[in-house]
Design a binder for this molecule. Structure first.
Ligand SMILES: Cc1cc2nc3c(=O)[nH]c(=O)nc-3n(C[C@H](O)[C@H](O)[C@H](O)COP(=O)(O)O)c2cc1C
Length: 174
């Protein structure tokens, strides 16, 4: 497996702690953790295997204006990068109790940007194990990446991450 770039934002919270846990599971020699605060176009170009981590910090009506943790600047930058041939997996932090109608919406927004460039993501996840009403990250009955709810389901996170990492490991570029 070629080295994986784990790009995440915001820094300093649960999105970062999940990035670190994913990094450990992949094996630290196999990946590089990159906070969006320090990331630019060149960093994306460096990796054929990429994980993007994002949190949804919404308002009552979630929209792109609410993108936080570096994503407000990084998402438009992605639109101008060549993603051809890259394997890309997404995870998204959210809260299914307080935001059941906007569960991990930001991950859906990120997916739309990537899909708009003709690239599909790896590591889609069945919604069967989740409780929520609506999500922009649910496309064709699958989550476009891994939802993680550290607010109300922290006890499920380790197993969720492990199953997901096992799956994406098989699909990353050799
Ligand atoms: C002001 C605010 C708005 C939020 N809006 C949403 C939302 O619309 N959908 C959702 O799934 N989670 C929402 N959340 C939950 C966060 O995504 C969750 O707490 C996440 O773990 C935060 O990531 P961080 O710890 O890296 O900052 C919101 C949290 C806050 C504080």
């Amino acid at each position: 497996m070629k080295k994986v770039g784990i790009f995440y934002g915001p820094a300093g919270g649960r999105t970062e702690s999940v990035a670190k846990r994913i990094s450990q599971l992949l094996g630290s020699e196999n990946n590089q953790l990159i906070s969006l605060d320090n990331a630019g176009k060149d960093d994306i170009n460096e990796y054929e295997n990429i994980i993007f981590g994002i949190a949804t910090i919404g308002k009552e009506t979630w929209d792109a204006e609410s993108l936080e943790g570096g994503w407000f600047d990084f998402m438009p930058l992605l639109e101008n990068v060549d993603l051809q041939g890259k394997k890309i997996a997404l995870y998204g932090l959210g809260d299914h109790v307080r935001w059941p109608k906007h569960f991990v919406d930001a991950m859906g927004q990120l997916y739309a940007t990537i899909k708009g460039k003709g690239i599909d993501t790896i590591g889609k996840v069945s919604p069967d194990d989740y409780t929520f009403d609506e999500s922009e990250a649910l496309i064709d009955d699958m989550f476009v990446g891994l939802p993680v709810d550290e607010d109300f389901e922290p006890g499920l996170t380790d197993l969720r991450i492990k199953d997901w990492v096992d799956e994406i490991k098989k699909q990353f570029n050799d």
